[in-house]
Design a protein around this ligand. Structure first.
Ligand code: CAA
Length: 261
């Protein structure tokens, strides 16, 4: 397997791919090579038939403290625009078809918060520290923070956070629905995410892929087109083997043996 400098990659449970951001000296600041490695690892898991879902986590101290400020401080408009700086961060949200969970402990600031929000499901610990502090650096969020945070928690709260640069904790992230579950400790958070990923990985791969696709459509389409889109995908699944297997197993009171076909 590939060895990386800034991330650790493992398969700790059947069907589950884990990426641990591992740049401890910089609190997992997301330098360009780290993002390139992350994209590579996620793409490999996405293509790996033995993997059904992925988890991204960091350390107990930091999920990620944001984009690498030292790397970008001398950039000009022309170099940022000309190289589409940060555009490749979107691979996670735009290209990966299997479910990606974020298990967030410690700091998830700026790009760290944005990366966590790109995941399909976020779990965190109560003590996690989220925020979009870019305003304090003289800029604005650049990896989707102003858009995803606003959709997740509403305009007034998002505006307050983006304009103040203040942090909010994991408990709040749960109350506001940004995180699906909040855990007491970092270890419970990672275990919880691995457990959910394992559960997802036991379902039909075809159905899981379709389920992620239809839920994501709700973010882009109006309700009428979204519901129509969902119904078409639902119809299309009657062309899969797994629909026959799943429904026959129910009728026969058996456990389905998915063919992922
Ligand atoms: N970029 C580069 N280096 C960073 C970093 C970052 N985002 N965050 C932390 N580090 C480095 C520090 O410079 C320090 O390195 P040295 O030991 O070489 O000095 C090391 O990590 C440890 O950090 P601290 O000593 O600051 O640790 P702390 O516990 O005192 O503070 C912290 C922790 C509050 C998270 C603080 O590090 C901090 O404020 N970090 C910056 C957070 C931030 O502004 N993030 C947004 C970045 S902009 C962005 O993300 C743009 C976007 O939308 C894509």
């Amino acid at each position: 397997s590939t060895s990386y400098e800034y991330i650790l990659v493992s398969t700790p449970r059947p069907g589950v791919g884990l990426v641990t951001l591992n740049r401890p000296k910089a609190l997992n600041a997301l330098c360009t090579p780290l993002i390139v490695e992350l994209n590579d690892a996620l793409r490999k898991f996405d293509a790996d038939l033995s993997v059904g879902a992925m988890v991204i986590t960091g350390s107990e101290k930091a999920f990620a403290a944001g984009a690498d400020i030292k790397e970008m401080k001398d950039k000009t408009f022309a170099s940022a625009y000309g190289t589409d700086f940060i555009e490749n961060w979107s691979d996670l949200a735009a290209q990966i078809k299997k479910p990606v969970l974020a298990a967030v402990n410690g700091y998830a600031l700026g790009g760290g918060c944005e990366l966590a929000m790109m995941a399909d499901i976020m779990y965190c610990s109560a003590g996690a520290a989220f925020g979009q502090p870019e305003i304090k650096l003289g800029v604005v969020p650049g990896a989707g923070g102003s858009q995803r945070l606003t959709r997740a928690i509403g305009k007034s709260r998002a505006m307050e956070l983006v304009l103040s640069g203040d942090n909010f904790d994991g408990k709040k992230a749960g109350e506001w629905g940004l995180a699906a579950k909040v855990f007491e400790s970092p270890q419970e958070c990672v275990d919880g995410a691995l457990g959910l990923a394992q559960k997802i990985a036991r379902h039909s791969r075809i159905a899981v892929k379709a389920a992620k696709e239809v839920v994501n459509k709700s973010q882009d389409l109006g309700i009428r087109e979204g519901v129509e889109y969902e119904r078409r995908v639902f119809h299309s699944l009657f062309g899969s083997r797994d629909q026959k297997i799943g429904m026959a197993a129910f009728a026969e009171k058996k456990k389905p043996e998915w063919e992922n076909a």
